[in-house]
Design a protein around this ligand. Sequence first.
Ligand code: CO
Length: 466
Amino acid sequence: MPDYRLGFESLRHELHDPDLPVQGDWPDWLTGTLFRNGPAQFEVGEEEYAHWFDGHAMLHAFRMDGGTVGYRNRFVQSQSRTEALQDGRIVRSEFATDPCMSIFGRVMSTFNPQPTDNASINVARLDDQYVALTATPLPVAFDPETLETAGVVEYADDVAADMSTPHPHVEPGTGRLLTQMLSFGRQCQYKIGAIPPDSRTRELLATLSVDRPSYMHSFGMTEHYVVLSEWPLTVNPLDLLLRGKPFIENFEWRPEGGTRFRVLRKRDGAEVATLAADPAFGFHHVNAFERDGAVVCDIVTYPDASIIDDLYLDRLRSDDPTPGTGHLRRYTLPLDGGAASSRVLGDEQIELPRIHEAAAVARPYEYVYGIGTRQEGQFSDQLVKMGVPDGMTQTWHEPGTHPGEPVFVPHPEGTAEDDGVVLSVVLDPAGEESFLLLLDADSFTERARATVPHPIPFGFHGQFFE
Ligand code: CO
């Protein structure tokens, strides 16, 4: 039975097709490359990775020029992958998979930890390099033409960090890359770093000590502030040191602590407000801005952290999968303290949220694009364009197909926030292939598609670069 589960199977095939078959009217003005990242190999030898976030990273590049679309895909030759292929077994610990090892090996790995460089989550520009990102501070550079791996980029600083968000922000005006890090130790610390354009130096903007760090995948940024959302999914760092369990399984859901928002001023690193909110969990901050003495912070949220469990591969491949989508929640965080207030925007479920970055980051804005759930028992079976804050939605769907993260690309002469196109890699299990869908962002209807001759596993994030 062909269905979305094909999106959680390995793709070992690498190919280059300079001219994919295109149906419809691919816009002439659209010149550049959409890079997509995601896992594409879920087993090594006899061993299987446990979680969607663990598979070996593969990059996909869609090059667009004069109405044509070329395609190339290639594995990231990370040390994690290289060592695993050499040994025929899983060697490095991933998000929810640890290698099998003897007691001796476990002790050795505690004293000689090898953080994963399996950069499967996102893509960014860092200094003069294109890099693949994961949640460790090991960006992996790649050639934008051939997708060949160039190796881990070394930062030109001595900032200690064990974790680093795969969702850095490009700061409007300065072009700095703002990133959120976490270092484990006797005293754990959250750190906010700013990397100037054409630099590999993380200048520390803020440091916060924390006893039980929260698992945070992304953070918020406004003109003057950054916002940390400390969900009540926290870890005793000693548990990580003893490494009895895979990384994420050391984190505990403690709803009695609620969610805590920490608003940090970029200029001097001061914590200007700390706000309590109901327990919740989220991966993705969507956007944030300042208004009327408060920070408004939009995040895709879940009632609890069970979404992480739902994304284990055995669950995703079962007959009872998660829809994998949450609700867009708007938090209002008064800068003079007190309690956060929040409300859900719209009825539609959404994930992998994107906005018109160049026009909307850190400002009041109008639209969020994401994947959605139309039918229970399906995984990502529609694309959603949601108006904010009214929650009015437009959707795109095609029965039997499963879209990935929608990336908005503005029209070069556009003025409206939604003047442009939306690009999404859509899995077509019946055809055993995928296609790059191009929607007109305004009407949210199909304008064209380019077909790829193999099924692309569900990925996480991508970026369009001119
Ligand atoms: Co993400």
